[in-house]
Write a protein that binds this ligand. Structure first.
Ligand code: DX5
Ligand code: ZN
Length: 222
């Protein structure tokens, strides 16, 4: 079962002084989803932005808000992110003591639920929560910063996750260091949602870069 190939530009790399315009530009440039990185300075060594920023950009686009929460403990904030406009909420496997409960809480609010795996986190943590998942995010860098180098060892994990979810309605997303140069590799391994921050926002034309990543990823013979 082939899933559609989607590109989800990360606004972490956008010009925050013009954030609304930047979101509009990636929307018009062909972004499938909008990837929104929330960092708490505790789970990851960086702080980005929170609910008011998500609320502020919600009216700008109808595209899916793919909210990647790099915060712990996460449970107490799930409702606020749902209310701020998230469509899909991804938590890290280590973001609380009860992953299954977090996923139930997200779905109970009518939102899609994802789990993110740090580079050192094994895919096996997902084995018993697959029924509660809409998406698995395989981090291809250590979370916390944009502009880091892709970790090639994650290709094996993507393939492992792909094997694990076979037959299920679950997207496999990759995040960190994704460019037009490695898009085919991650797609071949099994990813169908590609996050790209620096690659898109440092490009002269967002539309051309999004198209190039998508073309590279869809050009593979699976
Ligand atoms: C990293 C974030 C990523 C980041 C990706 O912690 O989760 O979404 O914005 O940025 P690039 O594509 O520049 O690696
Ligand atoms: Zn992210």
């Amino acid at each position: 079962m082939d899933r559609p190939l989607l590109v989800s530009p990360s606004i972490l790399a956008a010009d925050f002084a013009r954030l609304g315009d930047e979101v509009r530009a990636i929307d018009e440039g062909g972004a499938d989803w909008i990837h929104i990185d929330v960092m708490d300075g505790h789970f990851v060594p960086n702080i980005s932005f929170g609910f008011p920023v998500i609320e502020a950009i919600r009216p700008v686009t109808a595209k899916t808000f793919d909210v990647h929460l790099m915060i712990a403990p996460v449970d107490r904030y799930l409702e606020a992110f749902a209310k701020a406009g998230a469509d899909l909420i991804t938590v890290h496997a280590e973001a609380g003591p009860h992953l299954d409960r977090s996923l139930q809480a997200i779905r109970a609010m009518g939102k899609k639920a994802g789990v993110s795996l740090n580079p050192a986190t094994p895919a096996s943590v997902l084995k018993h929560v697959l029924d509660r998942l809409d998406l698995i995010l395989v981090m291809t860098v250590n979370p916390g910063f944009g502009g880091q180098a892709f970790i090639p060892a994650m290709l094996d994990k993507i393939a492992e996750v792909k094997h694990m979810v076979r037959g299920r309605n679950i997207d496999i997303e990759v995040d960190g260091g994704i460019t037009r140069a490695n898009a085919a590799d991650v797609a071949r391994a099994g990813a169908n949602v590609l996050v790209a921050g620096s690659a898109v926002f440092k490009a002269k034309s967002y539309a051309e870069e999004i198209r190039a990543i998508k073309t590279a990823a869809t050009s593979i013979a699976v």
